[in-house]
Design a protein around this ligand. Structure first.
Ligand code: NAP
Length: 243
């Protein structure tokens, strides 16, 4: 049975990915940093459907916690086949208002966190000459949204990292791709002011926000043999927003 680690899987897109990969027959590690009850609920939902999952609390912006998580998962399940690098935060602020604390938090989780997890995953996958890494990017990496100079920079970094990692790891049977969602209905989008949501909606040709299952469906496909020759790509999933 394949083993997947999904970071930030207690809520939102990560939660949907964890449930979908479990439906695909994988054992899933539900990583999260604070929301114990929500993470346990995801595990219970997977087990109730006959799947196998464990919750693992670790702040993925901390390299020591990441290393320990991968050590424990490898020891428990013997292998790691899939990493979904998903845990991310948004701290929207206009350039002149942005403070260094939020700048550091975004860089630490959205860039360094992805790097720490990918590095650990690659070390484990390399030995077995197989594996899939999916990095959750954002449409903000390919189009400019006012107030997102830091967030978009982190997601641009995710895209570049995806390409370089893909090139380095391809000879070892490890594929690395990124998914760049547009506006998906999660806490991240729900917390936006109503007028902002309406403004964004006007610019989406499909005239609706996406849902988490739609992102999970693409992640599932990228993990499957249907995409066995695809690596280093950034797939935009945004209802046409960036067109
Ligand atoms: P969300 O609903 O806010 O969920 C974030 C998840 O990340 C939670 O499970 C949270 O768990 C976890 N998390 C936060 N900090 C963490 C840390 N330091 N270590 C480990 N886990 C941590 O977010 P989302 O909207 O699903 O977004 C998920 C990803 O998709 C992000 O990378 C985001 O940039 C990207 N994305 C989202 C959208 C969108 O419209 N929603 C669009 C484009 C891209 P705890 O509560 O336990 O901390």
């Amino acid at each position: 049975m394949k083993v997947a680690i999904v970071t930030g899987a207690s809520k939102g897109i990560g939660r949907a990915c964890a449930i979908k990969l479990a439906q695909d027959g994988m054992t899933v590690v539900v990583n999260y940093s604070r929301s114990d009850a929500e993470a346990e609920a995801v595990v219970e939902q997977i087990r109730a459907a006959g799947g196998e999952a464990m919750a693992y609390r670790a702040d993925v912006s901390d390299p020591a916690q990441v290393k320990e998580m991968f050590r424990v998962v490898s020891k428990t399940y013997g292998q790691i086949d899939v990493l979904v690098n998903n845990a991310g935060i948004v701290r929207d602020e206009y350039l002149m208002m942005m403070n260094n604390d939020n700048l550091d938090k975004c860089l630490d989780l959205n860039v360094k966190g992805y790097f720490y997890c990918a590095q650990q995953a690659a070390t484990k996958m390399f030995r077995r000459r197989q594996g899939v890494i999916i990095n959750m990017s954002s449409v903000s990496s390919v189009m400019a949204l006012a107030g997102q100079s830091v967030y978009s920079a982190t997601k641009g970094a995710v895209n570049s990292m995806t390409q370089t990692m893909a090139k380095e790891l391809a000879p070892y049977g490890i594929r690395v791709n990124a998914v760049a969602p547009g506006f998906i209905m999660t806490e991240m989008v729900e917390q936006l002011p109503e007028e902002k949501k309406e403004e964004y909606l006007k610019n989406i040709p499909m005239q609706r926000f996406g849902n988490t299952e739609e992102v999970a469906g693409l992640v599932s496909m990228l993990c499957s043999d249907a995409c066995s020759y695809m690596t280093g790509q950034v797939l935009v999933l945004d209802g046409g927003l960036a067109l």
